[in-house]
Design a protein around this ligand. Structure first.
Ligand code: GLC
Length: 726
């Protein structure tokens, strides 16, 4: 055992050295040395200060070198105007970085991240980040406060909408894709964005799913579940990380030396900059670990936060604390150095201004719109399709009743981070059906009710439409701001009287296709039995309506797979796929004493990785390349997948491992590989996965990553095999 552990440590150590996202450029460091030597204390903490918006006071502060970055200022002309003040009217002419929340698109708005994660298409997700960078860069933005890589196991938490769901392996792959997309090959390209992995760390573990609430967990859980997507972002070269609002087991994330300096800047050798979340340095006073802003500033600096977003804690009044030895000037110099390093890498000293014509051929161009449609289609998850009612048979359908408060909605389809998106750019579900059906099918639209009200006044008209129709499509769910920051819900049912509307319409006897528009998993156990089909369409951005129509009409064969579990009831939460077995796993019978509920199944209604298609796929010939496997060996897993349907389609092949006996308890399954494969009707392909010690490793008793000998079970769909690590 000892020798094996050593092998992993050596490998791990080497990867740490290599992972430091980019090697430090000595020429840049020499320029920083020269600049730092000239800078006053006030100018250094000025670089460490980020403020939102612009006004005359801020312009004066910029002239004095008291601001290093602005957020929420956009437009080539405006950013150039302000940049000119910094470069030509301040003593040292250090350029500003302009930052913005370009979370899922700048003006071309793509699906919310929880939706796009359901595509499992990291290549396409990366492409949308490239597009977002081009659009934002053309309007003076060089820093995106994205990707949001918080693992979320609690759909009550509104910000589950912004991330890639509950799994660290998929979350890490998507984190990497977004960083590479934003930052491109060279960060000095004006059409790239410095990425910012956020919110470091464990923000999604808020107790009760209540935003900003306490996160308290073992170091092992932190390292197994919440840290990996951040490590993936750092390995991919992310220029920045944002420290979170929440506390982590007693220490606020924005004053947490263990997570920031020991792990991020130490173990991972992160050379970029850490920016606090909005005012989160000052909020350590609310947390109760600092007496005032100067105390908060010292604690955050010691912890490793380099830039203060909108908190104004990093101020010249800190200088006496340096003089009296409370605060080391080295911390100030290191923070300022990191910020200047990124400004040099972004090319801002050489090219501080943006070409004011560039945006004209970039913003919302046809290629970007087409990409938005592609990702929107791939993000849709088919949850139910009784008697294959979908895709709709256009020969039999002459009249559709389109009912629901989101059928004509455009604003909500942009999701909770709308950036520069405009509702007039959005194709509603109603318009999407009109676009795809043309005039040969009547669409009888009736809103039925509001999204979140108790008014049933619209039911009558909706029922009339349903009675006259061949099929009913109901567009129901949440508005954009029922999820996102500060918008957690304690009840995950369809809001308002929508459930009653579904029941009333279903009682008309006409088949109902439920199209969901939502920013989180919902509790659907009550509506599910009443409808023939359920199409999870999330908030898909500007091409939402066309994508939904393409799936409903069979122009696109749905391939999405859930990345966050849909609970039966809120009472099940947290419910997630990679759970532990316990000593008494759930078994049948109310009397038996095991880990179950007496009033609800133990499993979610729809689990992680689930999604239907208009095809079926047959898996066979699961093969493992070796058994036993030496501790540092590579395992090749192959499986054949056949499209047994009549339509071409895409299948997301998922590979799970289970470590059957280990020195700590291990999940009943863990995703360790996935591939999207296109299969023509009847076609068979062989899919191969290469697994290394990194796939078999886990956080052991002493919170170090190790690999142990033992039996590992491999599961791909309904096939299972196992091998021994010797
Ligand atoms: C917000 C969010 C963060 C965002 C920042 C700037 O409070 O927590 O995700 O990047 O402030 O808007």
């Amino acid at each position: 055992m000892k020798s094996f552990t050593r092998i992993v440590f050596v490998a791990g150590f080497l990867s740490t050295l290599l992972m430091g996202q980019w090697t430090i450029d000595p020429q840049i460091e020499a320029k920083i040395d020269e600049l730092l030597a000239k800078m006053t204390f006030a100018e250094k903490v000025g670089q460490m200060t980020q403020l939102s918006g612009i006004n005359e006071r801020y312009e004066e502060m910029i002239r004095k070198g008291e601001i290093g970055s602005l957020l929420n200022v956009v437009g080539a002309k405006e950013t150039n105007r302000i940049q000119k003040i910094a470069v030509t009217e301040s003593r040292l002419g250090i350029p500003l970085i302009f930052g913005l929340d370009v979370i899922h698109g700048y003006r071309t708005i793509f699906p919310i991240p929880l939706a796009s994660s359901a595509s499992w298409d990291t290549a396409l997700i990366r492409k949308t980040s490239v597009i977002a960078a081009k659009e934002a860069g053309s309007e003076g933005i060089r820093w995106s406060f994205a990707p949001m890589v918080d693992i979320a196991r609690d759909p009550r938490w509104g910000r589950i909408a912004e991330g890639a769901g509950e799994d660290p392996f998929l979350g890490s792959a998507i984190s990497r894709a977004q960083v590479l997309g934003f930052q491109g090959k060279n960060l000095s390209d004006p059409l790239t964005l410095m990425a910012c992995a956020k919110h470091y760390v464990a923000y999604g573990a808020a107790e009760g799913g209540r935003d900003y609430n306490t996160a308290d967990m073992s170091e092992r859980t932190l390292r197994e579940i919440y840290l990996p997507p951040f490590e993936a972002a750092v390995r991919a070269g992310a220029g920045s990380v944002m420290s979170a609002f929440n506390e982590i087991s007693g220490i606020p994330a924005s004053a947490n030396k263990f997570t920031l300096r020991d792990i991020l800047k130490g173990e991972w050798n992160f050379n970029g900059l850490v920016v606090s979340d909005w005012n989160s340095i000052a909020e350590v006073i609310q947390h109760g670990i600092a007496a005032d802003k100067l105390d908060a500033a010292v604690k955050s600096l010691i912890a490793g936060v380099d830039m203060d977003m909108q908190g104004s804690c990093y101020i010249p009044a800190l200088e006496p604390l340096v003089t009296n030895g409370t605060l080391s000037i080295d911390l100030i110099n290191d923070a300022a150095r990191r910020i200047l390093r990124l400004k040099f890498m972004l090319g801002l000293f050489e090219h501080p201004y943006v070409d004011e014509e560039l945006h004209k051929e970039i913003i919302l161009n046809s290629e970007h719109i087409q990409t938005a449609l592609e990702l929107a289609r791939e993000s849709i998850v088919l949850l139910k399709n009784e008697k294959n009612i979908l895709p709709l048979d256009r020969k039999k359908i002459k009249r559709i009743a389109l009912i629901g408060p989101l059928a004509d909605d455009q604003q909500s389809l942009l999701g909770c981070w709308q950036c520069m998106g405009r509702k007039e750019d959005v194709v509603s579900i109603h318009d999407g059906l009109k676009n795809r059906l043309g005039g040969d099918v009547v669409i009888d639209y009736a809103k039925g009710c509001e999204i979140n009200s108790d008014n049933k006044g619209g039911f009558k008209k909706a029922l009339q439409a349903a009675r006259q129709a061949d099929v009913v499509i109901m567009a129901v769910g949440e508005h954009a701001y029922m999820s996102g920051e500060g918008h957690s819900r304690s009840n995950l049912d369809l809001p308002g009287v929508q459930p009653e509307l579904v029941t009333a319409v279903a009682e008309s006897g006409k088949p109902v296709i439920l199209v969901l528009i939502n920013g989180r998993p919902l509790t659907l156990a009550d509506v599910e039995p009443q409808v023939a089909a359920i199409v999870e369409s999330w908030q898909l951005g500007i091409q939402h309506g066309n994508a939904v129509a393409d799936v409903l009409l069979g122009n696109y064969n749905p391939s999405g797979k859930l990345t966050a579990s849909f609970p039966y009831t809120v009472g099940q939460i947290p419910v997630y796929y990679n759970h532990k077995n316990t000593g008494r796993p759930p078994a049948g019978g109310v009397e038996s004493l095991n880990s179950k509920y007496i009033d609800c199944p133990p499993a979610p209604l729809y689990p992680f990785g689930f999604g239907l298609s208009y095809n079926t796929y047959k898996y066979s010939n699961l093969k493992l390349s070796s058994n036993p496997l030496p501790i540092d060996g590579e395992l090749l897993v192959s499986v054949q997948v056949q499209n047994t349907g009549k339509r071409d389609g895409v299948e997301v092949v998922q590979l799970y491992l289970r470590d059957l006996v280990a020195s700590v308890t291990r999940p009943v399954k863990e995703l360790k590989g996935f591939q999207r494969i296109a299969l023509k009707a009847g076609e068979t392909k062989t899919v191969e996965f290469k697994l290394t010690h990194e796939h078999f490793s886990f956080i052991g008793m002493d919170n170090k990553r190790i690999v142990e000998p033992g039996e590992i079970q491999v599961t791909v769909k309904d096939l299972q095999d196992s091998f021994w690590i010797k």
